[in-house]
Design a protein around this ligand. Sequence first.
Ligand SMILES: O=C(CO)[C@H](O)[C@H](O)COP(=O)(O)O
Length: 248
Amino acid sequence: MNDKELVAVHAAKLVKDGMRVGLGTGSTADCFIKELSRLHKDEGLKVIVIASSVVSAIKAGEMGLPLQSIEQTERIDLYVDGADEVTLDKTLLKGRGYDLVREKLLAKAADRFVVLIDKSKLVGRIGERFPVPVEVMPFAWRMVKDSLEKLGGRPTLRRTANEDGLVMTSYGSLVLDTVFDATIDIADLDDALNAMPGVIEHGIFRGLASSVLIGADGAIQELDIERRSDSQDVDSRDFVDDGTADGD
Ligand SMILES: O=C(CO)[C@H](O)[C@H](O)COP(=O)(O)O
């Protein structure tokens, strides 16, 4: 089992009978969908799933998981998804896929949002390895590009893999992948993007993740924040998967 499968199998143990579970998008989320489907088929786990993307909906349907549309959903019990970057305060960068709107909706609607990564995703700052994806209304992209440049960003429209067209999200928007200097404050940037006209969604997920499970060389670690009286020390702690996860 590789590290992505390891954390996915562990996260699936958090799912209890009757839960509504949000499914993320990407290779790590796929491992979770596969394990959830196994538990549903082989062990009779009763679950309803809500997908964050068309591709995850198709996968879940093919694997026999009972799907509910996002339109019919208000709250969910658990959302499980991957991320492209994670800092020690559990801020995430997401959005290498094209489904930021649904991903953030599900993250916000979940009683618990569990993020699954391997240790390569842990970074010192958001934006260290990837640009920040900013999803924009197509007619607004030049004005948003200008606003992003005024914030110090270097935005480029995301292109298809063979460079012959522009990527459109499942919401029908364009993506401005934007590089920011290391000095930018991510909380300020998050606030500025949230308030920017023409921006539909962006890839900074701050204050949303309940826990981050890290697959690291065959073991699972959980990102943990320890608060002390006069400071906030952040670290990750070793985690032993003894098969008794109870969702606490
Ligand atoms: O945010 C995402 C899609 O929008 C994915 O969760 C992120 O890209 C991680 O993908 P993977 O698990 O394949 O590394």
